[in-house]
Design a protein around this ligand. Structure first.
Ligand code: ATP
Length: 742
């Protein structure tokens, strides 16, 4: 590794005597310029903003207490929105500081804000989108490229500016940032430049040199010293001379690497320390004449300190414990001391008092003491994360910013170091002879130099005017830009919302389409079912029609059959009727004959007993004649014993009925004038009663057609020798009822 030259400045003689703050008039002081930079919110609109931009110089923080919204307004020198580019920030804030730096004025720029608000992004940035520090380095080297001091003059610069000789070289940590070629116009081209950088860190109120070699695994805690002119410096800090932007970045990167190494050693995090990157530009203005002209070179030294402060949150928000709590309280102490110092300065300024600022209470304030006491201009960028989650912290940051802008600091003058008077005097005490010799030349040279100087001044003024004009126009354009950007942002939000709506609608349409498709398929299914049901119904209809047809056919068949049957039955009936009529006629004829016989019997009654005997014998011997039944009956009747009662006395019939005869309600009744009806013959006397001569057995039967036929079996009761009686049946009568319809 390379050696580490230490820088311990010796007391220096300044042209300008330092004055105390309170004794300066307002024209000799300038306020601390406070800028505000808003970092963008996440693109997905997941976080609401608590910041409202009112103008390029004014914002309002919207805070809500107990449901009541309140707007608190804050003014800044300029507000960079989330759309402001890194270049815009550089042009506004750092470019004027660089101009001052190249004039030999000191500058302090620090970023302040809560963790994650964009402090490091603003100061360092990214390789493609560099922040203030890389742009400063690039701009310095773009400007001084051809005016860098050659090696032989560097020793002179070192001697005259008390700059330590550095043999440290950047080694390997190569990193490059996009260079936009920005330059600063140099008023004097007869100047040689040398650039030195140092990088320190203040952690837990200790100062560590990030370019120093660590002692094993630990970093050496550096001491802050004050020189006789009351300027602060880090004792033994390593300053590396850089010849190009790349070298400067390499040095910065090696410091970053050490910083990371330190985190593991010190168990720290990125925002838990304050880091300070110093750029020192030493200029050697050459006023060289001829060999005999006294060497009266002037050295101008300017320093720019870029400070990335640690996050400003309060301990109760982060709920830290142990090491973290120590870190947080150390950060808070340093920031509180910074605040107290600024407050003291402000108070002195208002009251014209001489209150002591507590610089020594913190390394941070102690280191920058000289800046606050007029050793350079002070600028601050307040970084704000507009998320509503950070509202409380942002309110504290804003209060601090508000107070800081009230502080006015004595305007600094370029630090110019002249060659020691003794040495100049020695040179001037050259022999008079020589002066006389070169006198005319000197006058000419002085005239030419004066002319050149005037020309340079005019040019300087012109450049300054055009720069001011350009800056004014740039600010105007920027203001327009800021408003357009705000508009664009709100339009973007509208577009985002519309896109979301469209997306939601698309989702809905997709849902509806899928539901529609489902319904369509269900509809198809149902239609299929309807078709199959229709087929079933058609089949059933067909079967029904076939059944109907068959039924019709059957009906017709039945009708035909019944007609045929009825015809047959009619024919049968007719035949039976004819048959019955014939029978009836025959019976009537028989009856007629019986009547005739009876009538004749009544007439021949006195001879009846004789004839009866003869008839009986005759009947017994005779063969039956052709009218058989009737004849035999007549014979039987004629053979009746003589003791038969006379007809005039009247026949008494013994009518033997069924126990429960079927009531027929017949109109025609058998002629039995005197009769005794019995349903059961229980004793002999029922038959042997001499008063009874006729017996009639009434029987009811059902014929083949289901009709009831009443049969009367008639006979004579004939007494027997033994005193009994016998019945001789001699006639059967049939009584039939028929339905006229059938
Ligand atoms: N203006 C911006 N534009 C785009 N990105 C940004 C901006 N500001 C911050 N960021 C992003 O926000 C994140 C946090 O930023 P950064 O690290 O700079 O915060 P910080 O304040 O330095 O935090 P810490 O205090 O922890 O160091 C980073 O990823 C950075 O890229």
């Amino acid at each position: 590794m390379f050696a580490t030259p230490k820088y311990t400045p010796t007391p220096r003689k300044l042209r300008r005597e330092k004055t105390t703050l309170s004794s300066n008039s307002d024209s000799e002081r300038e306020p601390v310029h406070v800028y505000c930079r808003l970092r963008p919110l996440p693109e997905n609109n997941s976080v609401a903003s608590c910041v409202k931009l009112l103008s390029p110089q004014e914002i309002a923080l919207i805070c809500e207490t107990k449901g009541v919204k309140k707007e608190i307004r804050y003014k800044f020198k300029h507000i960079f929105t989330s759309y402001s580019s890194q270049k815009e920030v550089f042009d506004h804030v750092a470019y004027p500081l660089l101009e001052d730096l190249l004039k030999g004025k000191n500058g302090l720029l620090f970023t302040y804000g809560v963790t994650g608000s964009g402090k490091t992004y603003t100061l360092t940035g990214e390789q493609e989108n560099p922040g203030i520090m890389p742009r400063c380095i690039d701009t310095i080297f773009n400007t001084i490229g051809e005016y860098q001091a050659p090696q032989d003059r560097l020793n002179e610069i070192r001697t005259k500016s008390r700059t330590p000789k550095s043999n440290r070289k950047a080694n390997g940590d190569k990193i490059s940032y996009a260079n936009d070629g920005a330059k600063i116009l140099l008023p004097n081209e007869n100047t040689l430049f040398a650039v030195f950088v140092s990088y320190i860190e203040i952690y837990n109120n200790n100062v560590y040199d990030l370019l120093d070699e660590p002692n094993g695994r630990s970093f050496q805690n550096k001491i802050l010293r004050e020189d006789s002119q009351k300027n602060m410096y880090v004792n033994g800090v390593v300053e590396v001379e850089v010849k190009s932007a790349e070298e400067a970045f390499e040095v910065f990167n090696s410091g970053q690497r050490r910083k990371r190494m330190g985190y593991t050693v010190l168990n720290s995090e990125s925002s838990r320390s304050h880091s300070v990157f110093n750029i020192r530009v030493v200029q050697l203005e050459q006023l060289e004449g001829k060999r005999t002209v006294p060497d009266r070179n002037l050295i101008t030294v300017g320093r720019l300190s870029l400070v990335d402060l640690a996050g400003s949150e309060r301990t109760n928000r982060t709920q830290n414990t142990g090491t973290r709590l120590k870190e947080a309280s150390s950060i808070n102490n340093s920031l509180m001391t910074l605040r107290a110092c600024l407050e003291a300065l402000r108070e002195n300024q208002y009251t014209r008092g001489n209150k002591m600022a507590p610089y020594r209470d913190s390394r941070l304030t102690y280191l920058f003491k000289s800046y606050f006491e007029g050793d350079g201009s002070v600028q601050m960028i307040v970084c704000v994360n507009p998320s509503t989650d950070d509202i409380e912290e942002n309110l504290h940051v804003m209060k601090f910013a508000e107070m800081t802008q009230d502080v006015k600091i004595t305007k600094s003058e370029p630090r110019v170091y002249a060659t020691p008077m003794k040495r100049t005097a020695e040179r001037i005490q050259t022999p008079a002879r020589n002066v006389e010799e070169i006198g005319p030349y000197i006058d000419n040279i002085i005239k030419a130099l004066k002319h050149r100087k005037n020309k340079a001044k005019a040019l300087d003024k012109e450049i300054k005017d055009s720069t001011d004009d350009f800056r004014r126009r740039l600010v105007e354009t920027n203001q327009g830009c800021v408003l357009s950007k705000t508009e664009i942002r709100s339009l973007k939000q509208v577009i985002h919302k519309e896109r979301q709506k469209a997306h939601n609608l698309e989702v809905k349409v997709r849902d509806v389409e899928s539901t529609n498709a489902e319904l369509m398929s269900r509809n198809d299914e149902l239609q299929g079912q309807v078709r199959s049901l229709r087929n079933v119904v058609d089949e059933k209809d067909l079967r029904l029609n076939q059944n109907k047809l068959e039924r019709e056919k059957t009906k017709q068949k039945i009708a035909l059959a019944s007609e045929k049957m009825s015809q047959e039955l009619d024919a049968k009936l007719r035949r039976q009727r004819e048959h019955l009529n014939a029978e009836m006629k025959a019976k009537e004829v028989q009856l007629q004959k019986v009547r005739e016989i009876l009538n004749t019997e009544t007439i021949v009654e006195p001879t009846e007993s004789v004839e009866t005997q003869a008839d009986t014998e005759c009947a017994a011997t005779q063969t039956p004649r052709s009218n058989g039944g009737h004849q035999s009956r007549r014979n039987l009747i004629s053979s009746t014993p003589r003791h038969r009662r006379s007809r005039s006395a009247g026949e008494v019939w013994l009518e033997h009925n069924a126990v429960r005869p079927v009531p027929l309600g017949t109109v025609m009744q058998p002629t039995m004038k005197k009769r005794k009806s019995v349903s059961r013959l229980t004793k002999a006397s029922d038959v042997t009663n001499p008063k009874q001569s006729k017996y009639c057995l009434v029987a009811q039967e059902q014929d083949a057609d289901g009709e009831v036929e009443t049969k009367l079996y008639k006979g004579d009761i004939v007494p027997t020798c033994g005193g009994g009686a016998q019945v001789i049946f001699n006639d059967v009568e049939r009584l039939r009822q028929e339905s006229p319809t059938s």
